[in-house]
Write a protein that binds this ligand. Structure first.
Ligand code: AMP
Length: 359
C-alpha cells in the first residue's frame, strides 16, 4: 500500500526538497517544526509549529498523516518512540540513536567491521596525553559526542597547554578523541533502501569543505571502480545492519594508501546528494519518499556528471553568472535572513557524462 500523506519532522531544506519530490508522486506532506515560516513549510500542504517534545501537537500531527519521517538528526529519540505508538516512522530510532552520538556511531561501525579512525573516550586531560603516547601521535581531534555539526564542537590539540585550554571550553560535555587521518580526500555515498530490502546508491561524490562546511560535491569522484565499489559495499552493509527504510549517507576518508575509513553517518538525505535532483532521473529525495511511503526505490539513472556548489551566506548575492549558464540548475531554500555560514541554496552544474556508473 502506498501512503498518501507523509509527515516530516523538521522544516529545513532537506524537508523542503523531500516535499517537492513527494508532490511529484502525488503524495501530500505535513511538516512538524518549531520554526515558523520554515523552508519546508513554504512548499508543504500544511505545517504544525510546535516543539518536538509537545505530545499533544505530535498527536495532532500523527492524525493528519499516514507515515512519518524526519529530515534532521537531532530530533529527540523519545519523540520518535512516542510517534511510533501512533503511526509508522521510518527510518526507526535505531539509526537515529547511533547517528546522534559519535561514540555509539564509531562503536556500531566497528562492530559491523567498518573501519574508522582510531578513537578513545577520555575523561580527563591526562587521559588524552596518555592515549596520544600510546598511539605515538603528536596531535588528535576532540569532538563533543553529541550535537556537533559543520566543525562546531571540534578541536585539534597537540600539547598540554592546548589540551587544558580546550578541556575548559568543553566544560564537562562527553567527548571522543580521534586520531588525525592524513586523508587524500573525502567522499560520501548515499543509499536508499525500501521495505523489501532493495537498495539503490548515489555516488561516491568527492566532497570539499570551506570553513568546515560542505562547499562542493563532484560526481563522479575520481576514484577507481574498485574503491567506489568498496565504498558502496560499506554503505550497503550499514543500511542492512540497521534494516534501513529510507535514505542514509556515509561520509568516508580516502587515505593516501587508498584505505577507506568511515567518518560520519547521516540518518537522512544528505547535502552531498543534492546534485541527484538535476543529474538523475530519480533523486535521493524521491527515493527517500518512495521508501518511506512503501513504494519501491528506483535506479537513480544518472544522465550527467556534475558539480554541486553550496550557496553559503552572502554567496546568494552572486547568482547572476549562474542565471546565465545553461548548465546551472539553481535551488534556493526560501530563507529570508542571510547569515554567515547559513546554507541559502545550491547550484548544480551539469556536465557531459563520462563514466558508466548509474548513480
Ligand atoms: P565531522 O563533524 O566529524 O564530519 O568532521 C568535520 C570535518 O573535519 C571532516 O569533514 C574532516 O574534514 C575533518 N575531520 C573530522 N575528523 C577528522 C579526523 N579524524 N582526521 C582528519 N580530519 C577530520
Amino acid at each position: 500500500m502506498t501512503h498518501k500523506t507523509l509527515g516530516i519532522l523538521g522544516g529545513g531544506q532537506l524537508g523542503r526538497m523531500s516535499a517537492q519530490a513527494a508532490e511529484k508522486l502525488g503524495i501530500q506532506t505535513v511538516i512538524f517544526t518549531p520554526e515558523p515560516d520554515s523552508p519546508a513549510s513554504q512548499v508543504a500542504q500544511e505545517t504544525i509549529v510546535a516543539n518536538y517534545t509537545d505530545e499533544d501537537a505530535l498527536s495532532v500531527f500523527s492524525e493528519k498523516v499516514d507515515v512519518i519521517s524526519y529530515e534532521f538528526e537531532n530530533i529527540p529519540v523519545e519523540t520518535i518512540k512516542y510517534l511510533k505508538t501512533l503511526k509508522p516512522v521510518y527510518p526507526d530510532e535505531r539509526l537515529l540513536e547511533v547517528a546522534q552520538d559519535r561514540v555509539k556511531e564509531k562503536s556500531f561501525l566497528n562492530s559491523i567491521k567498518i573501519d574508522t579512525a582510531r578513537w578513545a573516550t577520555p575523561e580527563t586531560p591526562a587521559d588524552i596525553e596518555k592515549t596520544l603516547t600510546e598511539w605515538g601521535a603528536a596531535s588528535c581531534i576532540l569532538k563533543t559526542t553529541r550535537f556537533g555539526y559543520d566543525g562546531k564542537g571540534q578541536w585539534r590539540v597537540s600539547n598540554t597547554s592546548e589540551i587544558e585550554t580546550v578541556w575548559i571550553e568543553i566544560d564537562n560535555q562527553p567527548v571522543i578523541m580521534e586520531e588525525i587521518v592524513d586523508f587524500d580526500f573525502e567522499i560520501s555515498v548515499i543509499v536508499a533502501r525500501d521495505k523489501d530490502g532493495h537498495m539503490e546508491f548515489y555516488g561516491p561524490a568527492l566532497n570539499t569543505h570551506k570553513n568546515h562546511i560542505l562547499h562542493k560535491s563532484t560526481v563522479p569522484a575520481p576514484v577507481s571502480s574498485a574503491l567506489a565499489d568498496k565504498a558502496l559495499q560499506m554503505t550497503g552493509t550499514l543500511a542492512r545492519s540497521v534494516d534501513l527504510r529510507g535514505v542514509l549517507a556515509l561520509e568516508l576518508f580516502v587515505t593516501k594508501d587508498g584505505t577507506l575509513l568511515a567518518n560520519e553517518i547521516a540518518p537522512r538525505t544528505h547535502n552531498s546528494g543534492h546534485w541527484s535532483i538535476d543529474s538523475c532521473a530519480v533523486s535521493q529525495f524521491e527515493n527517500h519518499v518512495r521508501a518511506v511511503c512503501g513504494l519501491p526505490v528506483l535506479p537513480p539513472g544518472r544522465h550527467s556528471d556534475c558539480e554541486m556548489i553550496n550557496l553559503i551566506g552572502e554567496d546568494i548575492n552572486h547568482l547572476e553568472s549562474y542565471r546565465r549558464d545553461k548548465n546551472a540548475c539553481i535551488h534556493l531554500y526560501g530563507k529570508h535572513d542571510v547569515k554567515p555560514g547559513r546554507k541559502m541554496g545550491h547550484v548544480t552544474i551539469l556536465k557531459e557524462k563520462n563514466d558508466v556508473r548509474k548513480g
